[in-house]
Design a protein around this ligand. Structure first.
Ligand code: AGP
Length: 616
């Protein structure tokens, strides 16, 4: 998730663009850059620098930039290519005439890059973005108008993208294009803006225009033209923004956490994007372990902390079922002190959203000393844990600002699924059509998650009913057990409540003593396909209800066995058993977030917690 700004108007473009980038920095801070079309030279004047925008400010302080009234800018959240100066946006054409900034993933960039290099183009970065400006440079030889050329280029691109272009030979126009990635227009008086969201231009105008799928927009200081990729005029939606600047950075949400919960369908979709080619084979971009090394693995140990460790627990069920490789899950803070049995054939999988958690980092250092191979699953490109791993699978959830992990958690689970299927593919224990079927089910999950979001009001009302509760229990079986643990953790860290997750089968071994009249108990019921488990957990619900518990049951559509014992019933879409955590977790996130808000807590920064725990 990157930040993009475009401007054409009467003000100093560099000031406008940099101001917009500062308000978009929460969307990505791996690098920043600006491009200004300089008509006096017919070339782009540009500056870019890795790190936060303060680093770019330093470069600009030492660079003479032209006074222009047109410009574009970018703050990067790295997906392809490490967060360094070379990979920072903007990317320029070889003749220095054109610049592009991009948010998203060009799924077919490798094919396009090979084609361009075979035609003699020299690409300087590791990014997927750079291929676009080279394609545009070629297209402009045939199609002189910038917007026409952009439309032709967009028809060759696959994946998710917001692209914004400037041309030093057409400095009075900025052109943008979008597919599956946000772009909004700000309409001013004698000036127009493009932004990833309205915070890019809200200090200048509150009149916005939302762009639709597969649309190209051309702005000048006095005009806006919107078409589809074929050039036909397109419908747009104009609206007035009534947020303040701070709310705008949260996209109008009260909390980043609410925004990030709502971003989960996109986070899951983008983590899947580009990893399952037309060939029906998985391709993991930074899988630097060879097939032979992966075939040599005889044990997997997943290490992580907190929510990430629960993603690992979900992964254990899937990886063992799909690959038949023994898979353990360990808390990173315990792992290296218990003298674990690991060797060259052990694959240690470190899961970390931030990539900086010290417990996890120290654990992988220990594992590598013991000659284990280490693969990390991380959301932060270029952070320490992936840098010290043999291979990495990046989640593409975008920056997760709220301390409580939500989209990071779901995308970690998806990345673990991809690892399990990749291992099964390499080791030949799953046929292509079996992998096809699972990937097809996974690709439907964003819609299932969106349904849980759309039906969230029921959960928010429940939170209001339970605002005075002092203890909540969570039960689950199979992959529902880690979901129960995660639901309890969310409530602990957000509402500061006693909350515990249990394997439902453990109730009778002690925890059932906690059941008393009115205690709320969430129960995550496995899909009916797991009929043995389903019967047992229905019995568990009866046991706790008979003792006075308030039962809040999460069960798939059509599972009516639970209805007589559910004081509250939250319906889940029918999904394969192993994938159910991706939908079952969402109501628990909403519940915890809503209850914390009702209690007046700081939802984004709960007391005593930090987003990345960089101490042991
Ligand atoms: C999750 O809501 C918590 N913020 C915490 O448990 C977190 O998951 C844990 O500290 C691990 O962080 P990491 O994924 O960045 O390594």
């Amino acid at each position: 998730m990157c930040g993009i700004v475009g401007y054409v108007g009467h003000r100093n473009a560099l000031d406008v663009v940099m101001g917009g980038l500062r308000r978009l920095e929460y969307r990505g801070y791996d690098s920043g850059g600006v491009a200004l079309p300089d008509p006096s030279t017919g070339r782009i004047a540009w500056a870019k620098k890795a790190g936060k925008l303060a680093n770019l400010d330093g470069v600009l302080a030492e660079t003479t930039m032209p006074e222009t009234t047109t410009g574009i800018g970018h703050t990067r959240w790295a997906t392809h290519g490490a967060p360094n100066d070379r990979n920072a946006h903007p990317h320029l054409s070889e003749d220095g005439r054109l610049a592009v900034v991009h948010n998203g993933i060009i799924e077919n960039f490798a094919v396009l890059r090979a084609e361009l290099e075979a035609a003699g183009h020299e690409l300087l970065s590791e990014t997927d973005t750079e291929v676009v400006v080279h394609l545009l440079s070629d297209e402009l030889q045939r199609t002189p108008a910038l917007d026409d050329a952009v439309r032709a280029v967009c028809q060759r691109l696959e994946g998710a993208f917001t692209l914004v272009f400037t041309d030093a030979r057409q400095p009075d126009v900025v052109v943008g294009a979008r597919r599956n990635s946000p772009l909004v227009v700000g309409r001013g008086d004698g000036e127009n803006f493009l932004g990833s969201d309205v915070s890019a231009f809200i200090e200048f105008t509150r009149e916005a225009v939302e762009l639709g799928q597969d649309q190209v927009v051309a702005i000048t200081r006095d005009s806006m033209t919107v078409t589809d990729f074929d050039g036909a005029p397109a419908e747009t939606t104009s609206y007035h923004v009534d947020w303040d600047v701070s709310a705008a950075e949260k996209g109008g949400y009260d909390w980043f956490m609410l925004k990030e919960i709502d971003e989960q369908p996109q986070a899951v979709a983008e983590t899947l994007l580009g990893r399952y080619g037309r060939s029906g084979r998985l391709q993991l971009d930074e899988m630097r372990l060879s097939d032979d090394e992966l075939r040599d693995v005889d044990k997997i140990i997943i290490i992580a902390c907190g929510t990430a460790s629960y993603a690992g627990l979900v992964a254990k069920y899937a990886i063992e079922h799909w690959t038949r490789i023994p898979c353990e899950v360990e808390l990173a803070s315990e792992f290296r002190y218990r003298d674990p049995i690991i060797d060259r054939s052990t694959l240690v999988v470190a899961i970390s959203q931030s990539g900086e958690t010290m417990d996890t980092l120290m654990a992988i250092r220990y594992a590598r000393q013991q000659r284990a191979r280490v693969l990390s699953i991380c959301n932060t490109n270029g952070s320490t844990i992936p840098r010290e791993s043999d291979a990495v699978i990046y989640t593409h959830a975008g920056p997760e600002v709220a301390v409580a992990s939500t989209k990071g958690f779901l995308s970690q689970i998806v990345a673990c699924y991809l690892l399990g299927l990749y291992l099964a593919q390499v080791r030949g224990v799953k046929y292509g059509d079996e992998i096809d079927a699972i990937m097809a089910a996974l690709e439907k999950l964003p819609a299932g998650i969106q349904r849980m979001l759309d039906e969230g009001e029921q959960v928010r009302k429940l939170a209001a009913e339970l605002v005075d509760t002092r203890s909540v229990l969570f039960l689950g079986r199979h992959v529902g057990y880690p979901v129960a643990l995660e639901g309890a953790l969310k409530l602990k860290e957000l509402a500061y409540l006693h909350a515990e997750g249990f394997a439902a089968g453990e109730l009778k071994h002690g925890p059932i003593a906690l059941i008393e009249d009115g205690i709320p108990v969430f129960v995550v019921v496995p899909p009916k396909a797991r009929d043995q488990l389903q019967e047992k957990i229905v019995s568990n619900i009866q046991e706790i209800r008979a003792r006075g518990a308030l039962t809040i049951v999460l069960a798939e559509d059509g599972d009516d066995d639970v209805v007589p014992y559910a004081d509250h019933l939250i319906r889940l879409p029918k999904v394969p058993t192993l994938l159910q955590p991706l939908v079952a977790t969402v109501p628990l996130q909403i519940f915890a977030c809503e209850l914390a808000g009702l209690l007046g807590h700081d939802v984004d920064q709960p007391r005593n917690l930090a987003k990345s725990v960089t101490v042991e």
